[in-house]
Design a protein around this ligand. Structure first.
Ligand code: ZN
Length: 504
């Protein structure tokens, strides 16, 4: 009996093996067949509406963007004299049309432009013909980009590893100590230990520090950490999602003082202005550390354009707009700071989706701007100020941006703006000069900006667009070592405006 059952078993095993072998062979064939139909990675299949705001979805093939490099590209500053004003503005128009340059920033008498390496001779001839002077500000843009955000050294990494234990200890204490005694610590994490795996640290700590520029995940992780660790002072809310579905996280900092004025602060609405989210998160750190003495409530959106921001890390360092696909155009992106619903589509905007200043298909057509509008419509906070941080140029700008006009109370805006400039200059001994003035006059006309909307529609008293460092040496590609010096200036601005709000 025993013997026969064993041979029965052997036969069964043999059969099972054969069966499995056939199964595997089949599976690998299917796998091979499937592999033959794999979509090449330079193509992507997307579902998109057949027309703007249409509910009918169609499947479309898109060529995926490749990483943009700026090898040999240069930044030129084109300078015109007073009587060459028209010439300079013509040049900025030509930039877009001839494809010779792309515009970084500019006003009536000066523009900074990117010139691709292969266009350098042609661009130079063009400017000579127009009798315009220029100088090379950045010799090799790609090199500047590569040097802007250095990875931490081996030694720094080790040093940071040591902090983990200290932090774990601190976190244990912080959880038990009443909030008014506890302080968040700026904890620096080794890049290697936090990229990828994560581990328990991912949930308990945060990866934010201010010697380098951080990805969106780190910034959002920091906000969540603050809300979890200091629930009596901080709370975080997502006010909506971006085009690609990323959260728009707002941190509220309040010590609960009654009748405190509220200030709105945002950053990163233009993706490539990296210093803005970096400075705004540093401001957050300072406000939370000093939360007992705060005399206002702060609502802070550090990254108002999360898709664009991520895109500047993964594809194109100099991307400005959001990542909306335009129907009927191969170009992507809306300039969110032209998409707000006051005097939408006026001066300094474009209807062409390929332009950097494309205003979108209508006011608040974009989920990012819509989320901000909805937030204010629903909020009961006592808002008195709206501060939006940009770069670069070192300007403190007040409305209006749509035209060279000023609001009725512009004298107040100008006075506080000058106090802001003084405080920023004194902030850290760098003696940084910030120019104060009306947006359209000081810089250029730009309709549909958040500042005009905040002033006109939300009726915010103190509304400023602050262009942080620098004045052009590095432009958007400001090396990470300037984060803290610049952030100190930005914080000084916030404190002066807070003071002004208190006396309202
Ligand atoms: Zn900007």
């Amino acid at each position: 009996m025993e013997k026969s059952s064993r041979s029965h078993g052997a036969r069964f095993t043999a059969f099972a093996f054969l069966f499995l072998a056939v199964l595997f062979a089949e599976a690998s064939m299917i796998d091979r067949q499937r592999r033959e139909f794999v979509i090449p990675d330079w193509i992507e299949i997307v579902d998109e509406p057949v027309a703007e705001n249409s509910k009918t979805i169609q499947r479309a093939v898109r060529v995926r963007d490749t990483k943009v490099t700026y090898d040999g590209a240069q930044i030129w500053r084109v300078q015109g004299s007073e009587n060459q004003k028209d010439l300079v503005s013509n040049v900025s128009m030509d930039f877009q049309e001839t494809g010779l340059f792309s515009l970084w920033v500019g006003n009536d008498t000066m523009v900074d432009v990117i010139v691709r390496s292969e266009e350098i001779p042609r661009a130079s001839r063009y400017l000579h013909q127009k009798d315009l002077q220029y100088k090379v500000v950045i010799e090799d843009l790609q090199r500047a980009i590569d040097e802007e955000n250095p990875t931490l050294s081996e030694q720094e990494m080790e040093e940071l590893e040591g902090r983990k234990a200290r932090y774990a200890w601190w976190h244990g204490v912080a959880a038990r100590v009443p909030v008014r005694y506890s302080r968040p610590r700026p904890v620096r994490y080794p890049v290697a230990s936090v990229l990828g795996g994560g581990g328990p640290w991912r949930f308990r700590g945060h990866r934010m520090e201010w010697s380098s520029y951080h990805r969106l995940d780190d910034i959002h992780g920091y906000l969540d950490y603050l809300a979890e660790t200091f629930p009596n002072v901080c709370s975080v809310v997502s006010i909506g999602n971006s085009v690609e579905g990323r959260a728009l996280k707002v941190l509220r900092i309040s010590n609960g003082k009654p009748n405190a004025p509220a200030l709105w602060i945002d950053g990163g609405i233009h993706a490539r202005e990296w210093i803005s989210p970096a400075a705004v998160t540093w401001i957050i750190n300072e406000l939370v550390e000093n939360s007992e003495s705060l005399e206002a409530d702060y609502y802070i959106l550090p990254v108002a354009n999360p898709d664009g921001y991520e895109y500047t890390f993964t594809r194109d360092r100099l991307w400005r707009k959001n990542r909306k696909r335009s129907v009927g155009s191969l170009c992507t992106g809306v300039d969110l700071n032209r998409n707000f619903g006051y005097r939408w589509g006026g001066m300094g905007t474009s209807k062409d989706p390929c332009r950097e200043i494309y205003a979108g298909s209508g006011p608040f057509s974009e989920p990012e701007t819509k989320a901000i509008r909805n937030f204010f419509e629903a909020s009961a906070a006592n808002f008195k100020a709206y501060l939006t941080f940009h770069s670069y140029g070192q300007y403190i700008l007040y409305p209006w941006g749509y035209d060279k006009r000023v609001p009725p109370d512009y004298a107040d805006l100008d006075r506080v703006g000058r106090q802001v400039a003084t405080a920023m200059r004194k902030a850290n001994g760098a003696n940084s000069a910030y120019t104060v003035g009306n947006s359209a006059t000081t810089l250029y006309a730009a309709s549909g900006g958040s500042d005009d909307w905040a002033k006109a529609i939300l009726k915010m008293k103190y509304t400023y667009t602050i262009e942080l460092r620098d004045t052009g040496k590095h432009g958007f590609v400001l090396p990470a070592r300037y984060i803290i010096p610049t952030a100190k200036e930005a914080l000084a601005a916030v404190m002066v405006v807070t003071e002004a709000c208190k006396s309202l």
